[in-house]
Design a protein around this ligand. Structure first.
Ligand code: NAP
Length: 367
């Protein structure tokens, strides 16, 4: 029986992954072993004691390791395992190995052919993509694959969950503080809206809301910076847009992708406003048809108020695999410029689902 080891299974991405694995019965026919960095010996899923996620000699017995533990653990354990001669398959949510030459970024609805070719070539390292990149490709991968796109600008509205569990909790507690500060005025029909605004602004400027976790208030505000600075004024999150998109698509002539990545007070859905420059003036119905071809989860939403409000919001998409793409129209800049807006659950297609879908692929491959 194949042995699959799970590391980081109780974190935010890991929990969603385990839930999806359970629903799809992906590990019914394998022996599943569970590891931890902090709870070794305590009972894990199924009751067996958790194994040590840093013990290379224990990990070496596995055919497949699935990890959502984070880059620090990958950087510590992966080289040691490979140096010890381990030749199993490594499936990872973290970015540590994403751009390595011998690693494939997995998003099988978009790059299944690349995954199959890599397996045939003996590649054993498969990494989940950046959440924003994966969601953008699930939305417009069909159009990008068609060769009609000159460049894409992505302006993002990224949810708190993308920054981890503590960040998400902090957002909700900031929302609670703001709501309770203006509670009296909210129930008083005579209260002036300017008074409510003054109370909220005062709260936003108070040190109570600028927590150590979010740095500055996120509720009733936004943060136009995600991750560290890289070159030429970009953030690392923005840098990933072009390099990961082109690696997943396997382009020989890279498509420029750039924009501003912004954290907003949404829970677990990332949204993106896209400006797409086409190489030629394609009719809008052809653009929509190519977008629809991106994946079986991609939905083209009519560019109308009711449909946009009902189907194209984080509230509507949260917890589902749907990838709606709407507000599709030609822009005033000229007939080769297309606007679009897309939303996706960043814990599902943005993190756990591409990894989960590797499990049946690997089980098939390993026979
Ligand atoms: P996380 O929630 O912080 O979990 C990581 C680990 O923290 C857990 O596996 C667990 O390991 C430990 N932990 C400590 N206290 C915990 C608690 N109270 N509850 C649960 N776990 C606790 O990390 P994450 O957001 O899932 O991210 C994991 C990796 O995926 C990172 O590399 C991240 O960059 C990547 N990723 C994240 C997202 C996202 O949406 N957050 C999207 C794409 C990729 P032990 O059992 O060993 O203590």
């Amino acid at each position: 029986m194949l042995k699959f080891g799970f590391i980081g299974w109780r974190g935010m991405v890991g929990s969603v992954l385990m839930e999806r694995i359970g629903l799809n019965r992906d590990i019914d026919s394998v022996e599943a072993l569970y590891y931890s960095t902090s709870q070794v010996g305590q009972p894990g899923p199924g009751g067996a004691p958790l194994l040590d996620a840093d013990d290379v000699s224990q990990l070496e017995q596995l055919d497949v390791i699935v990890t959502c533990q984070g880059s620090g653990h990958t950087k510590r354990v992966y080289p040691a395992l490979r140096s010890a001669g381990w030749s199993g398959y490594w499936v990872d949510a973290s970015s540590a190995l994403r751009m390595a030459d011998d690693a494939v970024i997995v998003l099988d609805p978009i790059n299944r052919a690349q995954i199959d070719a890599a397996l045939k070539d003996g590649i054993k390292t498969f990494i989940g993509g950046n959440c924003t990149v994966s969601l953008m490709l699930m939305a417009i991968g069909g159009l990008l694959r068609s060769g009609h796109v000159e460049w894409v600008s992505t302006m993002t509205y990224q949810s708190a969950s993308g920054a981890g569990a503590k960040f998400l909790k902090e957002l909700v507690s900031q929302m609670g503080l703001l709501g309770s500060a203006a509670q009296e005025q909210l129930v008083d029909p005579a209260a002036s809206v300017l008074e409510i605004d003054r109370i909220i602004t005062q709260q936003l400027h108070s040190p109570k809301l600028a927590s150590a976790i979010t740095g500055v208030p996120l509720a009733a505000s936004l943060i136009p910076w995600i991750d560290s600075a890289v070159e030429e004024g970009q953030t690392r999150e923005e840098w990933k847009g072009q390099v990961e998109t082109n690696k997943i698509l396997g382009t020989t002539d890279p498509i420029p992708v750039d924009g501003i990545c912004v954290r907003v007070g949404a829970m677990r859905c990332h949204s993106q406003g896209l400006t797409i420059k086409l190489k030629e003036d394609l009719p809008l119905d052809e653009v929509e048809a190519l977008i629809k071809e991106s994946s079986e989860w991609t939905r083209v939403i009519p560019n109308a108020k009711t449909e946009s409000m009902q189907a194209l919001t984080p509230a509507a998409v949260s917890g589902t695999l749907e990838i709606p793409v709407g507000r599709i129209r030609k822009m005033k800049m000229g007939p080769r410029y297309v606007a679009a807006f897309t939303v996706g659950d960043q814990l599902l297609w943005g993190a756990a689902e591409p990894l989960r879908r590797m499990l049946p692929i690997l089980k098939n491959h390993l026979g």
